[in-house]
Structures are given as structure tokens and as C-alpha cells.
Design a binder for this molecule. Structure first.
Ligand code: ZN
Length: 231
């Protein structure tokens, strides 16, 4: 199964200036024969936290317009920085593009992705075994999960937004519940889209591949996929 046969659309989020990363993505797409579109990532230097605060687009620490004891923050508000917001807004662009174009589903990757060396075998397994009504599908996560299964149904998300699939329904829920911003992209998907408490959109039919098919190879020190020993 080729990626484009399973996902109607493939996006790669990347800064316009990330020439080297884009080159490696172009090579990856040739090697694994997939077509994709770049989402030009939001540059963190363009983000003004003060404006987000003023416009109530961010549930900032000690805000009095959104957070209460019932919120996941217990009323304290949500600390965020420009990198986290830039990343979140970039994913939002992809979600909105999906909705605008009415793609049934899409795969979203970040430009520091690398594939498992047995990617093709693993993806064949996942794509043929996942429930047809899936709404969210982690192909990569910054965590190893112990299970004898290939795919698990999940009630929470994981760290890492470097490789996941979502349905148009998931994209709509993700966009509709996004503001005020309360978390970085991975925290948002976990707490406000997939989990079943707080102000979550409580998206159903979410799954994760037990094996990580993609790794976050970021040199920014966000993570270390090599710890997995599966590269
Ligand atoms: Zn809160």
C-alpha cells in the first residue's frame, strides 16, 4: 500500500526557509514514492504573544475569560511560547486546507521526519488492519508502547506531531475547539481533541500504530528518536 492510496492528501509542514530539510523531504518522497504538498510553517518570529492575549486567542496564565477550576489547568491558565504557537498554527493551516478542499483524510508530517527502515512492511500492516472508521491515527509518537497488537485504540494522545493521519471530521473538531490556545500542538491533540475530559472535543475512533513508523529527527533537541533503537 502506497501512502497516497491510503491518505487522500499528504502535507509536510516546513518553514519556507528550511532548504536542507525540504531537500531531505523531497528525497524521502522519491524514495517512498509519495506526492505531497508543503504547508509553509508559521515563523515563530512573526508571533506576537501580546496580540494573542489582547484578542483572547490565548488562554494565557491568570486569564479571567476562559479558564476555571474545571479547565485542565485548574484555573491557572496556560503557559505558551512563540515556538509552540508557531507549530500549533502551522498544523491549523493544514487542518483548514483539508476542510476547504474536503479531503476525506490526510497525513500530516513535519519536515524533520525520517522513516522506519521497515516502513513499507509496517505501513502495509497498519493500513490493512486499522478500522475503516478511524478518525485519528498516530504513525509516529515520542513514546514506545508495549502491546502485542499492531494498532491500539487510544483514549489519549502522545507527545510528537511529526507523523499522524486524521479524518476531515477530526480536522473540523480540531479547528473548532482550538481557540483560545491552551497547549502546544501535541498537548492540544491529547487534551482537547482525543481525551474524554475537560473541554475536549472527545473525538472517537482514534488509533495509534504500536511501532513508530516515523521518527522525529529534529536536531533542535526536541527529542531523540534514536533512543528507540529502531532507526
Ligand atoms: Zn485553562
Amino acid at each position: 500500500m502506497k501512502l497516497n492510496n491510503f491518505f487522500e492528501k499528504i502535507y509536510v509542514i516546513s518553514l519556507l526557509s528550511a532548504t536542507q530539510r525540504r531537500e531531505s523531504i523531497n528525497n524521502l518522497s522519491k524514495k517512498y514514492e509519495f506526492n505531497f504538498e508543503y504547508i509553509d510553517a508559521v515563523d515563530k518570529s512573526t508571533i506576537k504573544m501580546e496580540d494573542l492575549k489582547k484578542e483572547k486567542k490565548w488562554a494565557y496564565p491568570k486569564n479571567d475569560f476562559y479558564c476555571s477550576k474545571k479547565c485542565s489547568c485548574s484555573g491557572l491558565g496556560h503557559e505558551l511560547n512563540t515556538s509552540q504557537v508557531g507549530c500549533q498554527l502551522s498544523h491549523e493551516i493544514a487542518w483548514r486546507d483539508m476542510i476547504k478542499n474536503e479531503y476525506k483524510n490526510a497525513l500530516i508530517m513535519e519536515d524533520d521526519i525520517s522513516f522506519h527502515r521497515d516502513f513499507e512492511i509496517l505501513f502495509k500492516k497498519i493500513s490493512s488492519n486499522v478500522s475503516k472508521n478511524w478518525n485519528f491515527l498516530y504513525l509516529g509518537k515520542l513514546k514506545n508502547v508495549e502491546s502485542k497488537k499492531d494498532i491500539i485504540k487510544i483514549k489519549h494522545g502522545f507527545s510528537g506531531t511529526h507523523m499522524y493521519g486524521l479524518s476531515i471530521k477530526a480536522a473540523e473538531k480540531a479547528v473548532n475547539n482550538l481557540y483560545p490556545l491552551r497547549a502546544a500542538a501535541d498537548g492540544y491533540l491529547n487534551r482537547f481533541l482525543i481525551q474524554r475530559k475537560y473541554d475536549s472535543a472527545k473525538l472517537k475512533n482514534c488509533y495509534a500504530s504500536v511501532e513508530n513508523l516515523g521518527f522525529n529527527d529534529s536536531i533542535d533537541g526536541k527529542t531523540d528518536s534514536y533512543i528507540d533503537g529502531k532507526t
